[in-house]
Design a protein around this ligand. Sequence first.
Ligand SMILES: Nc1nc2c(c(=O)[nH]1)N[C@H]1C(S)=C(S)[C@@H](COP(=O)(O)OP(=O)(O)OC[C@H]3O[C@@H](n4cnc5c(=O)[nH]c(N)nc54)[C@H](O)[C@@H]3O)O[C@H]1N2
Ligand SMILES: Nc1nc2c(c(=O)[nH]1)N[C@H]1C(S)=C(S)[C@@H](COP(=O)(O)OP(=O)(O)OC[C@H]3O[C@@H](n4cnc5c(=O)[nH]c(N)nc54)[C@H](O)[C@@H]3O)O[C@H]1N2
Ligand code: SF4
Ligand SMILES: [Mo]
Length: 726
Amino acid sequence: MPETRLHTCMLCEATCGITVQVEGGRVIGVRGDRDDPFSRGHVCPKAAAIPDVMADPDRIREPMRRVGDRWEPVSWDDALAEAAERITAIQEQHGRNAVGLYAGNPTVHGYGAMLGIPFLSRALGGRSRFSATSVDQLPQMLAALEMFGHQSLFPVPDVDRTDLFLVLGANPLASNGSLMTAPGIADRLAALRKRGGRLIVVDPRRTETAAIADRHVAIRPGGDAALLLGMLNVIFAEGLERPGRLAGFTDGIERLGAIAARYSPERVAARAGVAPDAIRALAREFAGAPSAVCYGRVGISTQEFGAIASWLVVALNVVTGNLDRPGGAMFTTPAADVVAQTARRGSLGSFGRFRSRVRGLPEFGGELPVATLAEEIETPGEGQIRGLVTFAGNPVLSTPNGGRLDRALAGLEFQLAIDLYRNETTRHANLILPPTFGLERDHYDLIFYTVSVRNVARYARSAVAPPPGVRDDWDILLDLALALQARRVDERPPGPGMTLSEVRALGPQRMLDGILRAGPHGLSLEKLESSPHGIDLGALEPRLPGRLFTPERRIRLVPPALEADLVRLDAALEATPATAGSAKAVEGAMLLVGRRHLRSNNSWMHNSARLVKGPPACTLLLHPEDAAARGITDGAEALVRSRVGSIRVPVSVTDEIGRGVVCLPHGWGHGRDGVSLRVAAAHAGVSFNDLADEQRVDPSCGNADFNGVPVTVDAVVTGGAPDPRS
Ligand SMILES: Nc1nc2c(c(=O)[nH]1)N[C@H]1C(S)=C(S)[C@@H](COP(=O)(O)OP(=O)(O)OC[C@H]3O[C@@H](n4cnc5c(=O)[nH]c(N)nc54)[C@H](O)[C@@H]3O)O[C@H]1N2
Ligand SMILES: Nc1nc2c(c(=O)[nH]1)N[C@H]1C(S)=C(S)[C@@H](COP(=O)(O)OP(=O)(O)OC[C@H]3O[C@@H](n4cnc5c(=O)[nH]c(N)nc54)[C@H](O)[C@@H]3O)O[C@H]1N2
Ligand code: SF4
Ligand SMILES: [Mo]
């Protein structure tokens, strides 16, 4: 008889409660937990693939060492010792910056990894730290830091109560929400419309979410900053600004009004790709709604004007009185309040404390933009990166110009990967250390409950034992840190507080318990375990001004760093011909944007047969007129070229994408040598990031610019001359 265990899905930000059927120590099924007060039984097709990853024959189950292009097992002791020796040897000769660290997305999906990574980071030392932040939400963190004083204080759309949900550059029906933990988002959006609320989606593509919306605004890629300024212009010009109680603790409202006065709908329309009348209507509708919330995600964040757009999304909510009120953008009161906890330690965040060696890109949160990693490896000189640790990341497929990074990694003196798979990135490693995964470990969403649409908490014990040869991420991170520390001859004696060995012995569970006990709900692991389906701690409540971390405890509506960046936008507005109805007229090229699929998760779940079956997902969306102009038919291959690379990809001809824009998912391209992903290799696809240009970043903060990459698209001429770059 199978037993049922409770757990939480750790794949995306929705934190769905799951029930797990276990028989003979193996997981035989995963379903939604109907008794979870937050997710109420919702799961998506990916949940069933958790056991696929756990039982994947390609999964690495013991530490592996590469000898040439052969891999051999190695004991944990030998692997850790060798890693520490190689890393310290490089650092002793070339300095701490010579060994880099890249932490990928799953870091934030495991509390042990999240709590452990700072210890490895500190043990490595130096400034060569990178993470997926700079290909994702960095501009939104920058806006939080500059406006609220803490880089992790995100306003969350109160989707369950709002009257108007204005979505820019997010497709929650595919992504299940981001910086908005809202399991079962389709039901929540249906409920919104049922109670008379409106959903408006601003996106270059008529996405799954746009298709169920009241209105779809087909914006030009990278046009959001222009659109938002145009809306603010109308709001101030027509006296529609109503900050209400926010005015009592907000600085810069007048200044924002003066700025907005420069951006009439007529001036911004071409760049936004939205007609002046439509901008006016949108502004009036938003300002006039009983409650409204503007929410922007990956599409506004990873683009040319990501920082300005991220700032203006918050500003629009403030100016219309929709920040910190029900139905607007609100702040959580999380049971494990890592925001308050880091603030107590004085780490509110940082920006621009130092710059990258080669391109001079600014530091953010102690990290450098990953778009500069390849050149930091390739460029000789002091501080050149010669060794790299990757943790839960696949930057070859997930960072811009992955092709260049791929080649750069091949030239490293030493690479260590902590990962489940030998993939496009970890194939270059000298050592791979394999972690436990999924239901083999306990789970608490340290990060995502800080951005959830209700205050909730759920803790799950591990449901099955891990394979004997793997270790928890926490253990790997701390053991590596200890091994590094042991080799440092120059190490200063441990100061007050706990030693690394004491931290290692304490373990992540007791750390989590401490954070919960210190938190605003006085919870503990014991209390959470007595409510195994999770606890609903209520709807979000107004938190301001108490939750602000600026020294003056006021909102900075016009952060100087972001205001200064407007000159760049001004130049772009001048450069945009007023007649440009399509993006094409502007760049002389097509503009490439990304997309996500419900059955795919960044780069690393394509080895699950159940997720990749069916028609190929990695296709280029092309408008029928653009297709006809190039003689490309549905299903045929196109040659897509950018400054940095070229790919051949099957085309889906569809009017869901605007003219002049093409759309491709990221995370594909598994056809490389030395990758040990048999199912994924049979559904290889091509990598978006072989086209994305590492030199195209939002220069204000260095975040990658994936949305609006100029490309040319041509029919593949069979029998013609081979493309020189492919
Ligand atoms: N199934 C699935 N779920 C996931 C993931 C996954 O890979 N698969 N990844 C997870 C991760 S790491 C994240 S960060 C979240 C992301 O969650 P979302 O932000 O919801 O992700 P996307 O689906 O990429 O949505 C981005 C949208 O921006 C649009 N866009 C592109 N350029 C522009 C532009 O210039 N302006 C505007 N307004 N829109 C633009 C794109 O067309 C796209 O629809 O999803 C998470 N959830
Ligand atoms: N063109 C384009 N590029 C993008 C995006 C886009 O929209 N367009 N989105 C960006 C975004 S939002 C993100 S977050 C990044 C993601 O970028 P990355 O984090 O670099 O890439 P992932 O594909 O998430 O790779 C995760 C890796 O972690 C491993 N892994 C999974 N679970 C665990 C675990 O529990 N422990 C350990 N140690 N390893 C684990 C997997 O095997 C895989 O190798 O991609 C970015 N890249
Ligand atoms: S929506 Fe996200 S958390 Fe929920 S089952 Fe799917 S992948 Fe897991
Ligand atoms: Mo992400």
